[in-house]
Design a protein around this ligand. Sequence first.
Ligand SMILES: Cc1ncc(COP(=O)(O)O)c(C=O)c1O
Length: 369
Amino acid sequence: MRQVGARGPAVRPREEIDRLRPYRIGSPAPAAGAVQIPPVKLNQNESPLDWPPELKAEVMRRLAGRPWNRYPPVDADALREALAGSHGIGPDQVAVTNGSNEAILALVQTFAGGRSVLLTAPGYSMSAPLAVIGGAAVKPVSLQPDFSLDVAVMVEAARAGDVGMVFIASPNNPTGNAFARPELEAILDAARGVVVIDEAYAGFASDSFLPDLSRYTHLAVLRTFSKAFALAGARVGWIAAPAAVIAAVRKALPPYNLNVFAQEAALAALARPELVAKRVQMIRRERERVLEMLRRTDGVTAYRSDANFILFRTELPAAVLFLRLLQRGALVRDVSHQPMLERCLRVTIGMPDENDRFLGALRASMEAS
Ligand SMILES: Cc1ncc(COP(=O)(O)O)c(C=O)c1O
């Protein structure tokens, strides 16, 4: 809307940006008075557990000792070295980013702008918009009915000269499954552009391509502190890749992209691997319990997961079940707009009592139909 009395031209966004829908997590507010108590928040694949107060206090102490009038270390050396050291790679094989979303965008801009990004459908909901924002065309390839990769089609498409980047989240969001190693290797062997394996949920899975960096010149592995490390609020992601890939992508990242708070918080979290491992174990245990309970619920098909969430399908329209669950105190994610995911919702694994509340809400919602 034009402001009354304002001077200047009506500025127009790039057409492809104009066509994007703003990022929303699809949680319509329920009718007034419909929810008595705040719902359990199982809609964003976050950790249900915040960091303990003593760890927060330590970060605050360290922050207080840092000059706030100065820019942070431009290369975030301490964090890059800590990440490299804890994963057996060199600091020149690491770039840190403001959440892994910034990493995806920088990789697109570096390797695929003006060309195409090959990605899976269903897949991570921000991968296609970030490709568009980065100036690339999007080439989606459908998964198989069991949510595995359609390797033949991916391999053929990855050979095309205009594909600057292949993006695959493994474990995949929202389907939850990790892809089989030989299938990912076949795509790596065929691709002419950079192959980005987004391992946002690696903490909850059994396999990773991080140890394979030395075998490929064109592999980039993405990690985040937002999930297993319980730091979604700090916005820290990172890229592990061969030094030449990292050197290129760092030119596309704004200097000082990671603020002092984020750097300190990530360093403190990295120093507590035993706490992270204990929490991950609890989530994995709960994931299997919730899966089993979902599979015992009439009218529900639940898919196995290698992540901290579960995809499930019911006979009800997803929007109807979403609202029924919310009215009964469980906030989940409606993912039914994605290809192949009609009547599907995604639930993040929370604490045992939160999961019980969700399961109870689901049973009651299904019985109400
Ligand atoms: C597969 C995948 N990649 C990346 C992200 C974004 O993570 P970050 O918080 O690091 O930007 C998410 C968040 O849900 C995700 O599911």
